[in-house]
Design a protein around this ligand. Structure first.
Ligand SMILES: [Zn+2]
Length: 230
């Protein structure tokens, strides 16, 4: 990452906000590390097959649909950080997800001598999320996701394997609204946490991918000077 960009970025946004796409764009542009706690959990899940005790514990909760406890998530993040070059910068996706995790991250930052994080909050309203997710289609074979802009959306075919696309029950409006409310409750705690510390950037996510990306870049590049003025 170039020096004017914060080296530790937390990206937050509701399901359907395009958070994953934006994280990917940042990763490519600044060639920094990308750490999604979902990936870390899945890696550990796979270890269950080898009889790894922690892997088995993770699998048990995962299969029941229970979230992993904060201390487990923090442990995975620490383990991951040992294996990467932190000087290249880091983007955290879906982490932290609670105040305990945010505090844990502050400890990690001290221990690993990392920069202060800046949290990017991609804001999308409930109606927009409901609309976006209700239009989403999937490939039943490889789980690729398709939106109306995708070239093969209308023909209902997967670009990778040609299978017919399907919709999912959890993308139905009622389910999405419930998930959205849960998400907002969760994220508000973190928004307050980082706002209090002057470490929050809010972005209007109800714009095109390109517009959101350029706004994020612009805010990140002036972040240090904006912050210094406060
Ligand atoms: Zn496919």
């Amino acid at each position: 990452m170039v020096t004017s960009i914060p080296k530790l970025i937390i990206i937050m946004g509701p399901p359907g906000s395009g958070k994953g796409t934006q994280a990917q764009l940042l990763k490519e542009k600044y060639s920094c590390n990308y750490i999604a706690t979902g990936d870390l959990v899945r890696e550990m899940y796979k270890k269950a097959a080898t009889g790894d005790p922690l892997g088995l514990e993770v699998k048990k909760r995962y299969d029941r649909g229970e979230p992993q406890p904060d201390d487990i998530i923090l442990k995975f993040v620490r383990q991951k950080l040992i294996t990467i070059d932190t000087q290249r910068g880091i983007i955290f996706d879906a982490f932290p997800l609670s105040e305990a995790q945010a505090r844990g991250l502050d400890e990690i930052i001290k221990d690993f001598k990392l920069d202060k994080p800046v949290a990017i909050n991609i804001k999308v309203g409930e109606e927009d999320v409901v609309q976006r997710l209700s239009l989403r289609k999937y490939c039943p074979k490889d789980n690729s996701v398709y939106y109306p802009k995708s070239p093969t959306y209308d023909s209902n075919k997967c670009e990778k394997c040609g299978k017919g696309l399907i919709r999912r029950a959890d993308d139905e409006a009622g389910v999405v609204r419930k998930r959205y409310k849960k998400y907002i409750d969760r994220i508000n705690v973190l928004v307050m946490y980082y706002e209090k510390r002057n470490q929050l950037i809010s972005i209007n996510g109800e714009q095109s991918v390109e517009k959101v990306a350029s706004e994020i870049e612009q805010r990140l590049s002036t972040y240090q000077s904006d912050y210094a003025q406060k």
